[in-house]
Design a protein around this ligand. Structure first.
Ligand SMILES: C[S@@+](CC[C@H](N)C(=O)[O-])C[C@H]1O[C@@H](n2cnc3c(N)ncnc32)[C@H](O)[C@@H]1O
Length: 257
């Protein structure tokens, strides 16, 4: 479904173009993030960290590294992305679900929402999503949320990239811009050049509408949901210093837990 201003309800990258996702962003590119967030979760978790729920697990790129350390359960809204993730993580549990509302009726030692949290675009949906993380954590468990941007570190930028596969290849240009600095979204436009196995190339435009919240909003909602939360600075080797920030949240152990 497409609205010319709002973009697709679900980006083409997660539906009809899902099979190209690993050529846009390859699993190997997620090793540094995974190591960092895995170490943070392990150090913040009160007690052993064995089970980890990842919401918005996408193509399973983070999971392909995280599964070396923890027993994973992966949830994503897109059946196509779940199928793609299974190709590189066949041994891992996969569930189709919406991070705003899914209820698995069990708890985990840790919850991770990596870049998928960027697809949450309203404060009320952010609250619902953080609540999902809270109800799936055991007391003393830890969660990390890693939005692509916060209001403080967002800059309008362009970039390009892509990868060669065995038979197909992809290159892309991306353009991040904020049509209305007073609302809680920005626009991430992509142009994909998709080269098929027969050498033909076609071009697709895909608009991703992304959420943008200040750190104060993040910390307020995390606290209202019941977490003890703090900003987690992350100096990624491939990003300018100060351009990445995430949030780490602990589910406090209450007397009687
Ligand atoms: C950038 S991809 C995530 C990539 C992932 N970090 C990885 O390691 O492969 C974003 C994912 O968020 C998912 N997503 C967006 N909104 C969602 C929601 N409300 N509930 C669950 N998944 C959602 C999309 O289907 C997509 O697979």
């Amino acid at each position: 479904m497409k609205d010319p201003k709002l973009g697709n309800d679900v980006p083409k990258l997660y539906t009809e173009l899902a099979s190209w996702f690993h050529l846009l962003t390859a699993p190997a590119e997620y090793a540094e993030d995974t190591r960092f967030y895995g170490d943070v979760l392990q150090s913040k978790c009160n007690g052993p960290l064995r089970s980890l729920l990842e919401l918005g697990s996408g193509g399973g790129n983070v999971a392909s590294h995280m599964k070396q350390r923890f027993t994973l359960t992966l949830v994503d809204l897109s059946p196509e992305m779940i199928e793609l993730s299974k190709t590189i993580n066949p041994e891992v549990e996969h569930i189709i679900g919406d991070m705003r509302s899914v209820r698995l009726q069990r708890v985990f030692d840790a919850v991770l929402i990596h870049d998928a949290i960027s697809y949450i675009t309203t404060e009320s949906d952010l609250r619902r999503t953080l609540d999902t993380a809270f109800v799936h954590l055991r007391a003393g468990g830890a969660a990390v949320f890693a939005p692509d941007h916060t209001r403080e570190n967002f800059r309008s930028t362009t970039g390009c990239g892509g990868h060669d596969g065995e038979r197909r290849a992809m290159r892309y240009m991306e353009w991040l811009w904020d049509p209305d600095p007073d609302d809680t979204t920005y626009t991430h436009d992509f142009a994909y050049l998709l080269r098929d196995s027969d050498g033909s190339v076609h071009v697709e435009h895909d608009r991703h509408v992304m959420g943008l919240f200040g750190s104060d909003v993040w910390l307020r909602i995390l606290t209202e949901v019941g977490f003890d939360a703090e900003v987690l600075p992350f100096d990624h080797s491939k990003a300018p210093s100060g351009s990445d920030a995430a949030f780490v949240a602990i589910k406090r152990i209450q007397v009687g837990d």
